[in-house]
Design a protein around this ligand. Sequence first.
Ligand SMILES: [Zn+2]
Length: 298
Amino acid sequence: MYVIQNGTLVSAEKTWRADLAVEGGKITAIAPKIPISPGDQAVDASGCLVFPGFIDPHTHLDMDSGVTVTADDFLSGTLAALCGGTTTVIDFATQDRGMGLGQALDLWHKKAEGRSSCNYAFHMAITDWNENTRRELRDMVSAGVTSLKVYLAYDALRVDDGQLLDILGECQSLGLQIGCHCENGDVVNLLQKRELSKGNRGPTAHPLSRPPEAEAEAILKVQQATADAIKLINIAAPSEGVIKIKALEAFQKAADGRATKIIIPSELQSIAGLAAAAKTVFDTEDPKAIPAKTPPKP
Ligand SMILES: [Zn+2]
């Protein structure tokens, strides 16, 4: 038995001082003082907060985006997760063009099996919408997939407007939750070319090539497409932290969506912190790169 002693436990409801015992991977006791028996291992958590394992529902491990492969795979990514207290990751089993959904799910299981140090689960990302993909979607539900993602940007990943509408309808009928990477891909492509032609290959090119308008337009598009068809939409913010900083107007649009019948949880809470952190970083390089606005309160 492991006993974590003298820590301050944190739950969703409260924080309190207590010892916590773990046996066979399960919490077996929480009490003000848990006695240690021979063979038990005690950890002194004095002055520390003791959290439940965190869940990161948005990771891209060992993923080829068409232009690059993500830096972390399941080996390094899940070790890093555990070091930060995250005990479960939900990654995106991402279909390549020409690949079936079943193949994609198998591939992601292979990437993760025997290499993950923490728990994992998968959303699925659809990049090739056709009749075969539509048929396979039901099998994915049977395999335990409950959430999907589509991209409106990145040429190797994105779906067009008709496909988006079609996928939304299928998700509604199958009871799947869907997340959208909301950016106007054509606008981003154009602005990327402009920044590259100016020789701007540094980090400031990222937000400059992905203005809030490109995101706001895409959010509105999805909002429009789902207004009559979908009861619950989970619009994920773009995956890159930096773009979130520029996307204040876009997030305001998403927040406005809450006044309609569509429920659009967004990552608003994280934006304020990211904006503050990144503003500090970018201010040293180019003060104009990040708007000095306070993010709207969600
Ligand atoms: Zn993502």
